[in-house]
Design a protein around this ligand. Structure first.
Ligand code: SF4
Length: 68
């Protein structure tokens, strides 16, 4: 999924593991299922971010957008 850096930072990172009080560090979402602030995509701050142009890119864990 090709997204802007700003939009990526509103998406949950499947690799993130954030500790929440009373729960294991293996969790990545709140008890109500909502993503934790510390579990969001880092965009250009992540080594897996693939830059497409100045302000857009995608997570390196996904397939290349537009390629089957
Ligand atoms: S680019 Fe990095 S931080 Fe963003 S979703 Fe992928 S692995 Fe997580």
């Amino acid at each position: 999924m090709l997204v802007s850096v700003a939009a990526a930072r509103t998406k949950w990172c499947p690799m993130a593991r954030a500790d929440e009080a009373g729960r294991s560090s293996g969790v990545n979402r709140a008890l109500n299922g909502a993503p934790l602030d510390r579990s969001m995509c880092l965009g250009t701050g992540c080594m897996l971010w693939i830059e497409h142009d100045y302000d857009h890119g995608y997570c390196g864990f996904t397939r290349i957008p537009g390629v089957a």
